[in-house]
Design a protein around this ligand. Structure first.
Ligand code: B1M
Length: 234
């Protein structure tokens, strides 16, 4: 099997085969191959967003299924995540290259107890690409980190990410703290992460649940426009 794999020349594959191969390479945690694949697709005129969603996120979805089913374990998933980050690092400056003027400021981070950061990094990249200024405060954030970062950064939007059913309730802890401290109306609160849904977002008092990074961008843009209109009217 190893011999076969060594013989594959990525640049000789057609687009569909290449994306398939990248899913396999992501699964195997092959960072250099993922980086090469991303560069080939860029040379072929694929948009960064298409590469991100079809080649990288598509591959990570397969990893997730086998992780859930006990076929892959944490060390393998870490390698896959590392390979994915290699690909994302190439796409990041390209997604941010739109030159759009700043339309809002966002703080984003994964909640306390949760160390998954790929999704929120992706949201960060897409938001920056759409013209937002983003302060990404990383993983495992307690209430105070969010509140301090929002104040320091003068944020319009607070974004929270959670990937575990055990950590998603912490989003409510953060929102409750904002309410208690009289800060809730200062920020548009957006939440996201695989185990969440719209109902959960509403139940915890967020302004919106965002299914993916593209929805996060659209939602943020719409809410910022509404905020500006309200300010103009008031
Ligand atoms: Co973890 N893990 N993991 N993991 N992991 C999941 C989440 C899991 C669903 C896997 C599974 O069982 N199928 C499962 C959770 C089950 C549950 O809670 N019901 C799980 C588990 C159990 C665990 C551990 C407990 C495993 C263990 O130790 N036994 C452990 C927990 C550690 C902790 O956090 N305390 C753990 C550890 C890890 C790794 C460290 C190995 C690694 C993380 C590496 C890293 O992030 N740097 C990892 C990974 C990679 C995954 C899976 C496979 C992939 C997650 C991912 O990156 N997806 C994941 C399975 C899955 O989700 N399919 C899994 C790709 C990413 C682009 O998607 O993050 O959903 P996602 O982000 C999307 C949207 O959700 C949305 O936009 C993004 C882009 O479109 N979004 C937002 C996300 N955040 C947003 C914020 C917003 C807006 C939109 O704000 C405005």
């Amino acid at each position: 099997m190893a011999d076969d794999e060594e013989d594959i020349i990525l640049s000789e594959l057609d687009d569909e085969e290449l994306v398939q191969q990248m899913h396999d390479d992501l699964y195997d945690g092959l960072k250099e191959e993922i980086e090469e694949g991303v560069n080939i697709l860029l040379e072929r005129g694929w948009t960064p967003y298409k590469i991100l969603t079809e080649a990288l996120v598509g591959g990570m979805t397969i990893v997730g299924v086998d992780f859930r089913d006990g076929i892959l374990f944490v060390p393998e998933v870490l390698l896959a995540a590392n390979a994915m980050k290699g690909g994302m690092a190439i796409l990041k400056p390209l997604l941010a290259e739109t030159g759009a003027p700043t339309i809002g400021r966002m703080v984003i981070g994964t909640v306390k107890g949760d160390i998954h950061d790929i999704g929120q990094n992706l949201v960060t990249m897409m938001m920056e690409g759409a013209g937002f200024e983003v302060k990404n405060i990383g993983i495992n954030n307690p209430v105070e980190s969010y509140i301090e970062a929002c104040a320091e950064f003068d944020a319009d939007i607070l974004g929270m990410s959670a990937l575990l059913t055990t950590t998603m309730p912490y989003m409510k802890v953060v929102i409750d703290a904002l309410v208690e401290q009289g800060l809730r109306d200062n920020y548009i609160v957006l939440v996201g992460g695989a185990p969440l849904n719209e109902e959960f977002g509403k139940a915890i008092g967020a302004d919106a649940y965002c299914r993916d990074a593209a929805v996060a961008v659209e939602t943020a843009k719409a809410m910022m426009a509404r905020k500006h209109n309200q300010m103009a009217a008031g």
